[in-house]
Write a protein that binds this ligand. Structure first.
Ligand code: AMP
Length: 425
């Protein structure tokens, strides 16, 4: 009996993995420009980290975590998101003491959520995210949004929309929370069980409910923007004015509340507006989390970040029909004829590779014609042909596969000659 891949996971095979590498390269280079440095945290953490850091009332913590007890009877969880662990590490490694503030970090790795798999939703998916911890300057909010839009734009995506909201500070949220409770309470019986339990714990999360999205009270719910106090309103205006100065378009959606408990002030998402993109259009989600670091036992320093998944990024690129040059074409395929020549190419191919060229030879005992076919499949720019006679005379033939031009050269000049020819390409 064969064993299949677990539900909600996927193999990223050669042919597709190059697309991942392409995006990762763009994202990491852009992070470099913006001065974000990579951090790698464990795949599993203490379960409590996510209960505290993501929030007990969230779907993630209540329904979606891969939690297990290890042999030492500890409750551990495969990370469902990246922020909680980055903040844990920030506190644990006392990064708040670093003279370079804010601390600007990025991560890239698999996350795990027990969700109902569908197009664009996996149980294991890869998130690329950034966190800027230690500053409450609205310019840093604008910066992280600029960074993610820069990544999408550099990858060629055009049909992406930045959607923005403010969740205000604590005071604004208290006022808004009361308004929401007042709004929903009389008819809360008409809502799903989750919403009923959210009413007291975290009524903003009702606005995020997928089941009750169409309920008339959702549409008539009060807007957070009417409850922002002076500081929060000014902060939000500043963020918007910076984005405008950077030439970044955005729309404001007062119903955008985001799923995680720890957000305040800026909340944003990037949506794909490409035709043919699946039902789930959110490419990226992010926001400000000023209380999180202190909640995790650190000093009271603010933070902001975002995460996008590689899977949805790729889906958006596909929906927009973006192709790119994969530069994995072979530089040289070495065809050999006869046992001695075959043996000799082991070293020859190795020499090409160590000189920095992409080189390949036959390992299947193929006839010459089949070796040429293999070279074609690999789109070799050059084919080198080494027969018994050439070997005796210390010569080798090089054929330029684009022009058809052939040249016989001294064997000891081969690597250097090919290197020069490649430079001219
Ligand atoms: P979140 O951590 O839920 O705010 O999600 C941030 C981003 O991660 C989303 O905008 C998606 O791009 C991506 N994402 C979240 N959950 C999944 C999933 N199950 N499968 C694929 N991508 C996901």
């Amino acid at each position: 009996m064969s064993i299949n891949i677990p539900r909600g996971t996927q193999d990223i095979l050669p042919g597709t993995v190059e697309k991942w590498q392409h995006i990762e390269k763009i994202a990491t280079e852009i992070c470099r420009n913006y001065q974000y440095k990579e951090i790698r945290t464990p795949i599993f953490e203490h379960t409590e980290l996510f209960q505290r850091g993501v929030g007990d009332t969230t779907d993630i913590v209540q329904k979606e975590m891969y939690t297990f007890t290890d042999r030492g009877d500890r409750s551990l969880t495969l990370r469902p998101e990246g922020t909680a662990a980055v903040v844990r590490s920030f506190v644990e490694n006392k990064m708040f003491g670093d003279p370079n503030q804010p601390v600007k970090l990025y991560y890239n790795g698999p996350m795990f959520r027990y969700e109902r798999p569908q197009s664009g939703r996996y149980r294991q998916f890869v998130q690329f995210g950034v966190e800027a911890i230690g500053s409450e300057d609205p310019a840093i909010d604008a910066e992280v949004m600029a960074l993610v839009m820069d990544i999408y734009k550099t990858a060629g995506l055009q049909k992406v929309e930045l959607v923005l909201n403010s969740l205000g500070d604590k005071d604004s949220r208290v006022a808004y929370r009361n308004a929401l409770i007042e709004h929903f309470q009389p008819r809360i019986g008409e809502f799903c069980e989750d919403c009923q339990s959210r009413l007291e714990k975290n009524p903003m999360r009702i606005l995020d409910c997928k089941k009750d999205r169409e309920h008339e009270l959702m549409k008539s719910a009060p807007s957070i923007l009417d409850y922002l106090n002076e500081y929060s309103r000014t902060y939000f205006e500043k963020v918007q004015s910076y984005l405008t100065a950077l030439g970044i378009d955005f729309t404001i959606d007062p119903t955008l509340v985001r799923g995680l408990d720890y957000y305040n002030h800026t909340a944003f998402e990037v949506m794909s507006r490409a035709d043919g993109f699946g039902a789930i259009t959110t490419l990226c989600g992010g926001g400000r989390y000023n209380g999180l670091v202190s909640q995790m036992g650190g000093p009271d320093v603010p933070g902001i970040g975002f995460a996008f998944s590689m899977e949805r990024f790729l889906a958006a690129m596909e929906a927009e029909g973006i192709a790119w040059e994969d530069d994995n074409r072979l530089d040289c395929y070495v065809v050999s004829l006869g046992e001695e020549a075959k043996d000799y190419t082991v070293k020859l191919v190795h020499d090409l590779r160590t000189a920095g060229m992409k080189a390949e030879r036959d390992y299947q005992n193929r006839k010459m014609k089949a070796q040429f076919k293999a070279a074609d499949r690999l789109q070799a720019r050059f084919v080198a042909i080494l027969g018994e006679d050439e070997l005796k005379e210390n010569k080798i033939n090089i054929k330029d596969m684009e022009t058809g031009e052939q040249q016989e050269i001294a064997l000891d000049q081969f690597v250097e000659t090919l290197r020069k020819k490649m430079e001219e390409k």
